[in-house]
Design a protein around this ligand. Structure first.
Ligand SMILES: Cc1ncc(COP(=O)(O)O)c(C=O)c1O
Length: 441
């Protein structure tokens, strides 16, 4: 076994496979679509956006799609559209991008955070019911890093308690749960389409739903200029011409134009990603210390475009080697491998404890609450330590058996030689899984 590159041996990867990681290609079709918008001076209109919405809804298999300028806006509007109002509680997982839940604050609603499952990194359905109270109105689930949430259990809880379910599908466009498209199982779905997502169109967000009522409200909140020709709800009619949310969230048409082009090839691209990522993990099957963050394909579920893929790390199987030191050694082999997750536990951030954003004279999170829902350190143990046992893996956008084998071999090489890394292991920095070293609450 050759020495580790970190300790002076040869690198496993000498030529980075930049082609395999590029996403997405800028084709003449993309250029033509954007230039058409520019030359027509149609950047601020809605003609291309409405076409994109129709096509996205058809692709998603749902009755309605509404485009927004960001995914964050789509989530805020989804929350309002399912009836979340001042003082209502909304449940979400602590490990997710902040936009899955923080828009609730601007509605006067009360975020309540729940632990994640250590294997799926999605909300742990077994932890939801203990946090439901008389004012709970909705649950937001994030299909984290493409992993489909256990929707059967979430929906059973939601129906039992009369709660709305919002699916945050920002990491999982095109993913399946037991054969059903992610985003079609809850009441409404929101997707971020910013650059870097598996469905990137610059900046943008999309809301989809089968509910006419939710669709109407989504238009009314933030698309005032489309009131007349779309809205059927009699309750909304008196407010024609002004946005109920006092916001303007329409999508830039260069983004909508890009979206239309992306849709045409997206399913093929996702198939390529899935083949490549599953090949990578198949090659690491049974390697001590390394577990895939992937769903069993025999269940009919998939990871969509595998946004920002991760591996789960079991230090005990590698003599206690920290994931930080492990990743350092993998990086030295020529693979961009970072320890931890992009998200830290939201429930430990001061914004959800002390910040008085709107001058209510108390923490914004509790401005309209009738109980103190704030979680304390130790309350969500998985969320608080999961960053210490996760690492990034290459996000292959295309299938190439030889290259993928070389990358998998780099991981195997470090595992096979892990004993040589133990002596100088500095351990994980306290900030890897948390906002900072010191206790915050
Ligand atoms: C899970 C999740 N939800 C929501 C968003 C917000 O989307 P946007 O950045 O388009 O506002 C993101 C974006 O990174 C995300 O990762």
């Amino acid at each position: 076994m050759p020495d580790l590159a970190l300790l002076g041996g040869p690198r496993a990867i000498t030529e980075p496979a930049t082609d395999l990681f590029r996403w997405s290609d800028v084709t003449p079709d993309h250029e033509a679509a954007v230039l058409d918008v520019l030359h027509r001076g149609a950047m601020s209109g809605t003609d291309v956006t409405r076409q994109f919405e129709r096509e996205y809804a058809a692709w998603q298999g749902q009755a309605h799609a509404v485009a927004f300028n960001t995914g964050t806006a789509a989530i805020q509007v989804a929350m309002w559209a399912v009836g979340l109002r001042a003082g209502d509680e909304v449940i979400a997982q602590s490990i997710t991008y902040w936009a899955s839940i923080l828009p609730a604050l601007s509605l006067g609603a009360v975020p309540v955070l729940v632990d994640v499952d250590p294997d799926t990194l999605c909300i742990d359905p077994g932890k939801i019911e203990a946090r439901i109270g008389p004012r709970t109105r909705a649950i937001v689930v994030t299909h984290n890093m493409g992993y489909p949430t256990d929707m059967d259990r979430v929906m059973a809880i939601a129906r039992r308690h009369g709660l709305a379910v919002i699916e945050d599908v920002s990491h999982a466009h095109g993913g399946l749960y037991k054969g059903r498209k992610l985003g079609t199982i809850g009441d409404v779905a929101a997707f971020s389409c910013m650059s870097g997502k598996s469905f990137p169109i610059g900046e943008g967000g999309i809301l989809t739903t089968d509910s006419r009522e939710i669709f109407d409200r989504a238009i009314a909140f933030a698309h005032y200029e489309r009131y007349d020709d779309t809205i059927e709800e009699p309750d909304l009619a008196p407010y024609r011409g002004l946005p109920l949310g006092g916001v303007k969230y329409r999508m830039h048409q260069m983004s909508s134009a890009l979206g239309r082009v992306q849709l045409r090839t997206y399913d093929d691209r996702v198939a390529g990603i899935q083949a490549a990522m599953n090949e990578f993990w198949d090659l690491l099957e049974g390697v001590p210390g390394l577990r895939p963050h992937r769903v069993d394909p025999s269940t009919g579920s998939t990871m969509g475009g595998w946004y920002n893929p991760k591996g789960l790390y079991v230090a005990e199987e590698l003599g206690g080697l920290s994931v930080t030191r492990f990743c350092q050694a993998v990086r030295a082999e020529g693979v961009d491998c970072r320890p931890g997750l992009p998200y830290k536990p939201l429930h430990l951030h001061p914004l959800l404890h002390t910040a008085d954003v709107y001058g209510h004279g108390k923490p914004t999170r509790l401005a309209f609450a009738d109980r103190d829902v704030r979680e304390r350190r130790g309350d969500l143990p998985v969320a608080e330590e999961v960053g210490n046992r996760t690492y990034g893996v290459p996000w292959f956008r295309r299938f190439d058996r030889d290259v993928i084998a070389r990358y998998a071999a780099a991981f195997r090489k470090v595992v096979a030689n892990h004993g040589a890394l133990l002596a100088d292991d500095p351990g994980n920095p306290p900030g890897l899984a948390d906002w900072r070293a010191e206790p915050m609450v």
